[in-house]
Ligand binder design. Structure first.
Ligand SMILES: Nc1ncnc2c1ncn2[C@@H]1O[C@H](COP(=O)(O)OP(=O)(O)OP(=O)(O)O)[C@@H](O)[C@H]1O
Length: 242
């Protein structure tokens, strides 16, 4: 089987135990290619832990995980994966141009023209130091850095949390447009369910370290007669009540 045919993520019996206990248990999951996937769940549900195992930064305690058919080996992220977190570790002293140059050096498949186009579209000045940019502008630079790598899977762990509603909408729209135009699979974790409803076509819901619901949003909506955010909220409420 060629590497292209492997799904972006397949997990079987996947579990992660920290010293305080299990963060993720019995996780069986397949993330299909080309989808925009909402990863939702209450605080502490295990979302970041799952993403950490996909990047290879965290090692599973039990089970297996494969990323495009490869087992993450802890020696760096899969070359087809880009990861953006709320922290957006950009160097504040670097200009935007220098930041993209860094992206070029660090990533063999780097697409400089595409990264520059994303910065230009966002109207972020190339000569500005990253530390002087607004939160929204920094996010656009971080997104250009992530997409310039030409990933096949882009993971975003609460990347919009510090943005105002308008900036959130713009960034999310850009992200989804780029993903659909280039066939990138997106795994997006957020607590703002209404916002995910407009852009995600696949849902993975975690509660207390377990996958409670996973599947195509349209299909889940037909089955349950509710939209993504209502459905996710109902599951989270039932967890609290249990
Ligand atoms: N390094 C760690 N050491 C010990 N426990 C941890 C560690 N990282 C996470 N945990 C615990 O694992 C559980 C899952 O955490 P995780 O960060 O994956 O949840 P999350 O769904 O991303 O939460 P949030 O929505 O609050 O970001 C929590 O109980 C958390 O306290």
């Amino acid at each position: 089987m060629s590497q292209r045919e492997h799904p972006p993520v397949v997990a079987e019996d996947l579990g992660k135990k920290y010293t305080r206990g299990w963060a993720l248990r019995d996780c069986a999951l397949e993330i299909p290619a080309g989808r925009v996937v909402a990863l939702v769940g209450p605080n502490g549900a295990g979302k970041s832990t799952l993403m950490g195992m996909i990047t290879g930064l965290l090692r599973p305690t039990t089970g297996r995980i494969a990323v495009f058919g490869d087992v993450p080996n802890g020696r760096g992220m899969h070359r087809s994966v880009a990861f953006l977190t709320q922290a957006k570790p950009l160097y504040p002293q670097f200009t935007v141009t220098e930041t993209l140059r860094y992206g070029q050096r660090a990533n063999p498949g780097w697409d400089q023209a595409y990264a520059e186009e994303l910065v230009r579209k966002a109207q972020v000045p190339f000569a500005a130091k990253v530390g002087t940019l607004s939160g929204g502008q920094r996010t656009r630079v971080a997104l250009a850095l992530a997409l310039g790598k030409r990933p096949r899977l882009l993971m975003l762990d609460e990347p919009l949390a510090d943005l105002d509603p308008l900036a959130r909408e713009t960034v999310l729209q850009t992200l989804v447009e780029e993903a659909r135009a280039h066939g990138i699979t997106v795994l997006l974790s957020s607590h703002v369910l209404a916002e995910l409803e407009n852009v995600c076509d696949h849902l993975v819901l975690l509660t207390s370290g377990r996958v409670r619901l996973a599947g195509d949003v349209d299909q889940l909506m037909r089955q349950h007669g509710r939209g993504l955010s209502e459905l996710a909220l109902a599951y989270m409420r039932s967890e609290v009540a249990a």
